[in-house]
Every structure is written in C-alpha cells, then in structure tokens.
Design a protein around this ligand. Structure first.
Ligand code: PLP
Length: 232
C-alpha cells in the first residue's frame, strides 16, 4: 500500500507541474468501500484520516468500529430514507443530486440543529447509468440550495464517463471546472465553491490538470475490490 501511495503522490506531483498548480491544493481521498478494517488501519498508519464510502450500512458499521478516529465522506447514491441515520456521521456528502434529497437533508439537519456539508453531483456525460444533475440544470439547483438554511454546498462532484483513452475524459473535466467557476462568481448564500471532486484511479491525473481539488482513489491504493467481503 505504501508503494501504491507513493506512486500516486508522484503522479499528483507531475500533474500539478504540468498545469502549474500547487500540490497542496489536492486532497487525496482514499475510497475504502468493500475494504476491510485491517486495510483501513494500514492506511491510517500511513497518515490518512478521512475515507470515502458509498453505502450507508457500511459507513455505519465502520463508524462504530473506528469510534470517531476517522472521518467519512459519503460518495455514493443516497436514499432519502437513509439520510437520518448518517447525516451527523459524515463530514461531507458528495452526492447531492436532486431536490427530494435536498429537502430531506434540510429537514433532518434542521431537526438536529446542524448544517450539512455537501457537493452537488453533476452527470457531466449525461449517462443514463449515472446519477447527478445535468450541467444546464446545476445553476437552478444551487439557487434552490441558497434559499434554504441548513444545507451548505462546498463544491461539485462528478464521475466522468469511462474512456479507454483517458485523454477523452479531459473535455468533461473542463466542463466541470467552468461550471465551478461560473457558480463561484454568483456569490450565493450557503454556496462556497472550494471543492471540485473529480478523478478516480483511471483518470485522476487528467482531472488534476483540469482543476480537481479532491480526487477519490480506491483501486490504486487498496487493489482490486472484492465485493464478496461486504456481505460476509
Ligand atoms: C468506487 C468509487 C471511486 C473509486 O474508484 P477507483 O476506480 O477504485 O479509484 C471514486 N468515486 C466514486 C463515486 C466511487 O463509487
């Protein structure tokens, strides 16, 4: 794992050089979905304290196990009926993708007297298999957020279309960056564009070159996922 991480750090560094960016702007989020707690402990020993997960049940289990020692980001699709159970157990929700979820988050956050930090998920490739708001609807959506009180948007997130040749993903990351900059300029209440969450194991170098500030890496850190372990 240590060698994997060093390798990623080197690639981050190179991508930053290529694009005149400061490496310190890039937050590396290890994605620990399906990864057992022993491996997470190994990552903690290597200096990580925040992990990305995509299933509510798995977050709850790991949350209990680690007793507040680490933080979690919810990066997967979030059902409204599960909001209540994790709203105060995650540091950031990357997958705010619809009004019904916004309303539920607002209501539950209000109930608990907290503000919930989110990213708006964008379906930048308009893929049917993916969730996220279409590019042209994102401005209206963040305006909806800004007329509420207990949901705060810290940026945008996307899962780019998978391309055999990673260069083909570049156009999608560029679109995300311009959307991000456009929203920044609006100075809306409860919206502060600080985090641009894009780039995974296969495409993070391109994502960084195009402006990502947070990359979500699973396979390249922990190895191939074994989906069998989750149900055991
Ligand atoms: C699984 C997952 C990742 C990590 O993917 P890798 O290809 O393993 O790096 C990143 N983002 C989301 C939303 C995911 O579900």
């Amino acid at each position: 794992m240590k060698a994997n991480i060093n390798n990623i750090r080197e690639k981050i560094s190179l991508a930053c050089k290529n694009s005149n960016r400061d490496e310190n702007e890039i937050f590396l989020l290890p994605v620990s979905k399906t990864v057992d707690v022993k491996k997470i402990e190994e990552a903690i020993d290597l200096g990580f304290n925040t992990f990305g997960e995509n299933k509510v049940q798995e977050i709850l289990k790991k949350y209990e196990y680690f007793e507040g020692k680490i933080k979690f980001h919810m990066i997967g699709h979030l059902q409204t009926n599960k909001v209540k159970s994790i709203i105060d157990k995650v540091e950031l929700i990357h997958s705010l993708d619809r009004i019904s979820l916004l309303d539920k988050l607002e209501a539950e956050a209000k109930n608990k007297g907290i503000v919930v930090n989110c990213l708006v998920e964008v379906n930048i490739g308009k893929e049917e298999s993916k969730s996220g708001i279409f590019e042209e609807d994102v401005l209206d959506f963040v305006k909806e957020v800004s007329i509420r009180d207990n949901v705060f948007v810290n940026g945008l997130m996307t899962v780019a279309p998978y391309c055999e040749n990673v260069e083909y993903t570049r156009v999608y990351f560029k679109k995300m960056k311009s959307l991000f900059d456009e929203i920044s300029k609006l100075n809306l209440k409860n919206i502060d564009m600080k985090i641009l969450s894009m780039g995974m194991s296969n495409d993070y170098t391109v994502a960084i070159e195009e402006g990502a500030t947070l990359i979500r890496i699973g396979t390249s850190i922990f190895g191939k996922r074994d989906y069998g372990v989750v149900s055991k």
